[in-house]
Design a binder for this molecule. Structure first.
Ligand code: ITT
Length: 200
């Protein structure tokens, strides 16, 4: 029988990328409603703490195993910011356009060669809310922050995130292309290797 697993995110962009990344597993992804996600506070200082908090809360609420994604953009010239605060960098509620504007303003004086950044992603899987041995996958993706947005695909900071090897921004990649190289894809690859034993 296909196992049900809750996907502990209300971010549509993440959902669109994670669904195909987890396709190989024999699971049915259950999406919690966004009210539940909005009530969960994320006081952790690290991506992994916040991923565990989200997965634990959703697993407790749904009584299902849960997968959560905590991710963000780390900009070298800003000492790693916005980091774990990426979703609400320009305030609450989360707004990608305002976040991107704030990022451009913060980097306005930063020369081209110092605009390196990386996306970070931690994915966790809890078998139940008090699972003492969570499964974890991590991934990062290196790029540079442009001076103006380019592209319409993806979500969040994608239009400002330039991938030198491809000569395109993340927002100029299809979901399939982004899922071939992104931080989330690398984290999913690690998590999947571990998860396959659980779903064998
Ligand atoms: P959930 O907690 O409901 O999953 P969230 O968006 O609040 O959604 P996070 O706290 O993990 O989740 O914040 C992630 C933020 O990092 C996201 O809102 C974007 O601003 C940014 N981000 C992460 N991955 C990204 C990607 O692939 N492309 C662009 N921006 C990304």
């Amino acid at each position: 029988m296909t196992a049900k697993v809750a996907l502990a995110t209300s971010n549509e962009g993440k959902r669109a990328e994670l669904a195909p990344l987890l396709e190989d597993l024999d699971i049915e992804l259950v999406l919690p409603d966004s009210n539940l996600m909005n009530e969960i506070e994320e006081p952790g200082l690290t991506f992994i703490e916040n991923a565990l908090i989200k997965a634990r809360a959703v697993s407790a609420h749904t009584q299902l195993p849960a997968i959560a994604d905590d991710s963000g953009l780390s900009v070298n010239a800003l000492g790693g910011k916005p980091g774990i605060h990426s979703a609400r960098y320009a305030g609450s509620p989360s707004n990608a356009a305002r976040n991107n504007e704030k990022l451009l303003a913060a980097l306005s004086e930063v020369p081209d060669e110092e605009r390196k950044a990386s996306f970070q992603c931690v994915l966790v899987y809890l078998r139940q809310s008090d699972d003492p041995v969570p499964l974890v996958g991590v991934g990062s993706w290196a790029g540079e922050i442009l001076r103006e947005p380019r592209g319409t695909q993806g979500f969040g900071y994608d239009p400002l995130f330039f991938v030198p090897g491809l000569n395109r921004t993340a927002a100029e990649l299809s979901t399939v292309e982004k899922n071939g190289i992104s931080h989330r894809a690398r984290a999913a690859e690690q998590l999947l290797k571990k998860l396959k034993d659980d779903f064998r």
